[in-house]
Write a protein that binds this ligand. Structure first.
Ligand code: FMN
Length: 162
């Protein structure tokens, strides 16, 4: 049955790596099993194979801006599985460097989000998505920026305090 929420344990991590273009180069066992795809289907596929339509574009824009600039980012992400089920994660995405300091790919480690954090995120993402539907990513970006300035927090301060 589709549209069912899948979960995983507090002591488990979902790990994947991508190349510079976001194509999957590695996934741990949990990444593969929860996705519903086979390892063969996942490897070399773009990471948006798991994209859920309810994820605001602005979050991915932020993610790519950060990691392409050599910085880490924490983000809450709703993913869609092959069978049209979904699961929420709290992701830590980082660039990977070679020994001459060049970025050679990206790495994401995800843990299970808390219910309290998800309540805040779901309502924020809902607002961002509505903004995006009417005014595109420019609108959702200004909604996000306004939200953060009202809280007097940076994105990182906000996310890490949830
Ligand atoms: C290391 C890494 C992990 C990613 N993990 C996910 C993920 O789990 N789910 C997801 O929807 N996008 C993930 N992305 C972002 C995707 O590359 C993509 O930007 C996103 O799915 C939005 O797709 P779109 O740009 O085609 O709209 C990840 C990117 C990187 C670099």
């Amino acid at each position: 049955m589709a549209d069912k929420e899948l979960s995983f344990n507090d002591d488990e991590f979902i790990v994947s790596k991508t190349d510079l273009t976001g194509r999957i180069t590695y996934g741990n066992d949990l990444f593969i099993s929860i996705s519903g795809y086979s390892e063969k289907e996942l490897l070399a596929s773009p990471h948006n194979i798991l994209r859920h339509p309810e994820m605001p574009k602005v979050i991915f824009k932020l993610l790519w801006e950060r990691v392409q600039n050599g910085k880490e980012i924490f983000a809450y992400v709703k993913n869609r599985t092959k069978d049209d089920n979904f699961y929420w994660v709290f992701a830590h995405v980082t660039p990977s460097y070679n020994n001459t300091g060049q970025i050679i790919g990206y790495h994401s480690v995800r843990r299970k989000p808390t219910i309290e954090a998800l309540n805040t995120i779901k309502s924020l993402y809902h607002t961002l998505l509505n903004g995006e539907r009417t005014g595109g990513i420019t609108t959702s970006l200004s909604i996000l920026e306004n939200h953060l300035s009202q809280l007097g927090k940076s994105y990182d301060q906000f996310i890490l305090a949830l």
